[in-house]
Design a protein around this ligand. Structure first.
Ligand code: SAM
Length: 241
């Protein structure tokens, strides 16, 4: 990472009230190199420049820490992690939390696994699979303290995919851009159907760039009905609301 990139990363983190020590800065620099190298061979992410990766992947992922919603979490599933966002930046910042990046595309998880190993992140347990399948598997259903997800689906779809995976009292922390009132309303109804309740809608500006972002937090207050999630692909193709 260039000196300008390091300064930009620290500025973005500062605006989120996050301090990056030298070891963590080195991990972000190593992740940048791995991502840019891998992206020349496999299409992992549309963001290619150092500035875009720093602000729209690294800093944007760190914004998930706003509000302390991940504090005290033991196990966090990153639903639809892609090239490891937000899971890898969060795992760098929270070594005592186990992060499980999940994606249905094997080549993406292969990258995440290799990157976690190269960065020495012993708290990352990547998985290839679909959220619908995990949500019906007793080894995963009702087990996670948090589900995080960024840029995966509309809120009603996320509610169906994520809430069955959470333990009672667990939180879905969904990173969104500006969220329309009708998506939020549909999300509230889907959350209720799945045993959840929207507790926080935190609108803020992405550090440095100022782009609109929203963290939507849904608490699981009661068990999800056993008919959910529906079979693979159905939550997205036929959203509940
Ligand atoms: N979260 C990453 C980010 O913000 O850079 C990736 C976002 S990408 C647009 C969405 C990812 O979600 C894709 O890699 C896709 O394979 C994955 N995905 C979508 N639906 C999924 C599901 N039901 N189960 C597992 N992965 C899913």
């Amino acid at each position: 990472m260039t000196p300008e990139g390091e300064a930009l990363l620290c500025q973005g983190a500062d605006e989120l009230k996050i301090t990056l020590d030298d070891a963590r800065q080195a991990q972000f620099a190593a992740l940048m190199t791995l991502l840019q190298e891998a992206n020349t061979k496999v299409n992992l992410t549309a963001l290619k420049t150092e500035t875009d990766i720093i602000l729209k992947h690294f800093v944007d992922s760190l914004s998930c820490l706003r509000g302390g919603h991940l504090d005290g979490a033991g196990r966090v599933l990153d639903l639809g992690t892609g090239a490891g966002f937000p899971a890898l930046p969060l795992a760098i910042m929270r070594p005592d939390t186990i992060f499980s990046p999940l994606d249905s595309i094997r080549k993406k998880i292969d990258f995440v696994r290799g990157a976690a190993e190269a960065l020495g992140l012993g708290n990352v347990q990547p998985q290839v699979g679909r959220a619908e399948t995990l949500g019906r598997d007793p080894a995963h259903r009702d087990t996670y303290d948090r589900v995080v997800c960024r840029a995966v689906a509309a809120l009603p779809v996320l509610a169906e995919l994520a809430l069955p995976l959470l333990r009672p009292g667990g939180l879905l922390v969904a990173q969104k851009g500006p969220i329309a009132e009708d998506e939020l309303e549909a999300g509230r109804r889907a959350a209720t159907e799945l045993g959840g309740r929207v507790t926080t809608v935190d609108a803020f500006a992405l550090p440095v760039l100022g782009d609109a972002r929203t963290l939507v937090v849904v608490e699981k207050v009661s068990p999800s009905p056993s008919k959910y999630p529906r079979r693979e692909g159905v939550p997205a193709s036929q959203p509940l609301f």
